[in-house]
Design a protein around this ligand. Structure first.
Ligand code: 9MR
Length: 647
């Protein structure tokens, strides 16, 4: 056996996930901390520390995080001809001088900052600076303001090739039912197959339903683990696999997009060398699982998809997937899951046709069957309360899933019925429903995925209809670009009431996907500028001076919540693999660690890189998918000349 990962001793941990459901929200803090210690979530000394007023005055002032230098930049770097902007936190209200220095300390440029007042996302006074005019490639640049030096960064071409590969490798790392091979990911990350036939209770190959849902068992092996937990949820799998497929599909429709880096032999997948683009191999691993989640013919609710499969109780922490001893269970089919399956399978059908027509036909059949089943059962909703042992992913509003599935089925088949479902949907003319202003597309808001594909993938809409769809995309992008321009940190995300949501980084990235698509459609620099500003934010140019991607930037997140990558808990286990995106600031503070550490935080500062702060620091497939999409897009920009500022 070549896997290097040591055996993991699971400890029961019900603290976080139970809170996730809101069940114990009324517990006192003391009780939460006690439970966290019992669960092994906090060490006793750490818990004692959180139990006392913080040095900076708990409850009276905002928590004080170590945010390093007040000069904030993209810690990875800026494209040679792209925009280059940063932010400085300062009490000064008059312009300051910024100085750009090369790695050897020599000055390369200077200028004056622009006062921007109080940034509402951090409640701090800030100023911005712009060194876009510098186009000399190099590593180790820094910006100094008022004697304070930024983290180092690069200026150059193709800075995001490795991020593209790493963000996509995240999916292989988190595959279920297959051993993770040291040759592909290195010894540290190799592990035996999780939940395969050999696992207790035959793993995911022979799974019963929760009581009262079905009287038979199913093989639902394969797919990706959702996140820090090892549940597999059709709604979240659907959006994730769709965004991976869209990263590939974009290379067939957008000018300047390059299919080669996603092609056969280029990514970390065991199927390399099979003549199929590697990104499609990765997508197929999930697609096969989604197909297995469909209720078979002859059974009640045939054609629908089970909502999810996971352990009966919350899995101990840490637990390597192959060491999970719990019974896995299928949960009641839902309309939302069924439509996710329909949409993803319809997209899959058109993309796999050239490589495996039989598989493509199987996908299309499943998609049509799922659509028909969802139409017959339009209101079977997953409950928000079903969160013992796994996330709920409850969703009572499925108009968006209907829209997305109809759009994908229409694009793939051209059938009139699906066209009618798209054109007659009230969402078709509702910008806010397609691309929510305060948030963005997400697992619970999927209509925009369909709209983006209707706008970019060849289909049978009339020219006029197509123009209208494209106008929706550019109108949405105009809003996100305006949000970015308004923010001192350039972030294209302006949540409702200013409060950052669970997984806010994925909202930022999904808005960037809309902006990038608008740029593909129009070539307008302002969209591209907002995409790159969003990337600056994600990679360190933000109120916490935090790069949210493991392995990227000096101050990167590396303790995200994960049951195998739990190095912070057990040093024999690895950190998250490079290219793993943290969920990011979340005003909700729905876990005991965040609640205690971050009380009173400004929205964009409600984040801590702590293993058990899962409501701000988890990782999941539906967050890494838009990261991979964007990394692919930005790497395709090369030197960023298309983004050269007009001046
Ligand atoms: O991403 C989900 C977020 O939108 C919800 O607010 C949150 C609480 O229900 O759950 C998130 O999803 C988690 C899921 O329930 C279980 N696996 C980990 C997911 C990411 O934290």
């Amino acid at each position: 056996m070549s896997h290097a990962a040591p055996p993991v001793r699971p400890a029961p941990d019900r603290t976080g996930p139970t809170d996730r459901a809101g069940r114990r929200r009324r517990r006192t803090l003391a009780a939460a901390v006690t439970a966290a210690i019992a669960a092994g979530a906090l060490s006793a000394p750490a818990a004692m520390a959180v139990g006392h007023p913080a040095r900076h005055g708990a409850g009276t002032a905002a928590p004080k995080a170590d945010t390093g230098s007040p000069v904030r930049v993209n810690q990875v770097g800026y494209l040679t001809y792209g925009p280059k902007k940063g932010t400085v936190v300062t009490s000064a209200t008059k312009p300051l001088t910024w100085t750009l220095r090369a790695a050897d300390g020599t000055e390369r440029a200077h200028g004056t900052t622009t006062p921007a007042g109080i940034d509402p996302s951090s409640r701090q006074n800030v100023q911005t600076f712009d060194f876009s005019a510098v186009t000399e490639a190099g590593k180790g640049y820094t910006v100094t303001i008022d004697g304070k030096k930024s983290e180092p960064f690069t200026i150059g071409d193709h800075l995001y090739g490795s991020l593209r590969g790493d963000a996509l490798a995240y999916f292989y790392h988190n595959r279920s039912g297959i051993k993770i091979d040291a040759d592909l990911v290195g010894r540290e990350y190799a592990r035996p197959a999780g939940h395969d036939k050999a696992a207790p209770h035959r793993g995911d190959t022979d799974v019963p339903c929760v009581k009262g849902v079905c009287d038979y068992r199913r093989n639902v092996s394969g797919g990706w683990y959702d996140a820090g937990d090892q549940g597999k949820y059709v709604v979240n799998g659907g959006i994730s696999v769709a965004q991976l497929m869209s990263a590939y599909e974009r290379t067939r429709t957008a000018k300047g997009a390059d299919a080669a880096p996603l092609g056969d032999g280029r990514l970390r997948v065991p199927e390399r060398g099979n003549g199929v683009p590697d990104i499609l191999d990765e997508a197929r691993w999930e697609m096969e699982f989604l197909l297995r989640m469909q209720v078979p013919q002859g059974k009640p609710l045939a054609g629908m998809a089970f909502h999810k499969v996971h352990d009966r109780h919350w899995t101990g922490f840490p637990t390597r997937p192959d060491q999970d001893t719990q019974q896995r269970e299928l949960h009641k089919p839902s309309t939302a899951a069924t439509l996710n399956l329909a949409a993803a399978a319809a997209q899959s059908a058109r993309l796999f046709k050239p490589y495996d027509p039989d598989f493509a036909a199987r996908c299309l059949h499943a998609a049509r069957t799922a659509w028909a089943a969802a139409t017959a059962h339009p209101k079977i909703f997953a409950s928000d309360k079903d969160s013992t042992g796994g996330g709920a992913y409850g969703d009572r509003n499925v108009g968006d899933e209907f829209y997305w599935a109809a759009a994908e089925l229409f694009i793939t088949t051209g059938d009139h019925g699906y066209a009618k479902a798209v054109l007659d949907s009230p969402l078709h003319r509702d910008l806010d429903a397609l691309f929510p202003r305060g948030g963005g597309m997400s697992w619970s808001s999927t209509a925009g995925l369909g709209e983006l594909d209707l706008a970019t993938v060849p289909n049978k809409l009339t020219a006029k209809q197509r123009a209208q769809v494209r106008a929706m995309v550019t109108k949405a992008a105009d809003r996100y670009a305006a949000d970015s321009a308004k923010s001192a940190y350039g972030v294209p995300y302006a949540p409702k009431d200013g409060k950052y949501e669970w997984g806010s980084n994925s909202q930022v990235l999904n808005n960037m996907v809309v902006l990038a698509t608008a740029h593909d459609l129009t070539g307008k620099d302002r969209y591209l500028d907002a995409v790159l500003r969003g990337l600056d934010y994600v990679l360190g140019e933000n109120p916490l001076n935090q790069s949210y991607v493991t392995g990227y930037g000096e101050r990167n997140s590396h303790n995200q919540h994960h049951r195998f990558w739990a190095h912070q808990r057990d040093h024999r286990l690895p950190h998250p693999a490079p290219g793993s995106l943290a969920g990011g600031p979340n005003s909700g503070l729905q876990d005991p660690v965040a609640k205690k550490k971050l009380k009173g935080c400004a929205p964009a500062m409600c984040y801590t890189d702590d293993l058990m702060a899962f409501s701000t620091n988890e990782i999941t497939i539906n967050w890494n998918a838009p990261l991979a999409w964007i990394a692919s897009y930005v790497d395709d920009l090369g030197n960023g000349a298309a983004a050269r500022p007009a001046s």
